[in-house]
Unconditional design. Sequence first.
Length: 221
Amino acid sequence: MAHPDSVLDTAIADYRQDFYDKLADMEYFTYEESDGVEEYQPFWQAYSDAIMGYLEGPSTSNADAKDFIIGLYAFLSQLELKGRGSQSLKDDSNARKVFDIDGLVDDVLSRPVDYYDDYEPDPDPSDPETSDSAPRLEADTARASEAMAQDEAQIPALQSQYVGVLTDGAITDIFAKPPEPPEGEWDGLIAWDTVFDELEWQWAVNQVGFPLTIPPRPDST
């Protein structure tokens, strides 16, 4: 439950409800069970602002986003039809795994509610070079501020792995006699559901600003 004096932006809940709820519980603890609102609120405001900065989205261009989705589709078609590639690469292609604030989401969810209970008052208020501190909150604020560059770097890294699967498969097909027949089922509807629903790239577009226009879901009839 969010504290009445919470400064966490509720838009964080649109990104990840469980992440927002845990942060709200942790904020509540620092206000009610630790040093208090006045001491902690500036640090929570900076933390919330850093997360919201992350949610402004990647710098990936629309053209690069399209290339990525095409590469993901091509890789998935090989995985589903010919068993090429790996399930682990498919799992790594989930948008929520890519855009996880450089692992901060899972770290926060795994921590005790009192994790940020480390406020330290200014040791010398008369010294302009010293100030209040909350080391763990400040560390995660800095981490969130720098996270998009880390997460966005996964896009070309994944693309490179897709290309590896596709080129290896192309060589196999060139020299196969006869060519390997398809094994699985794959069509536009299955592909849309896999990419935009199962692997959650619709979520990435809507909540993280991945710069892609989602094509209409094909008719299931």
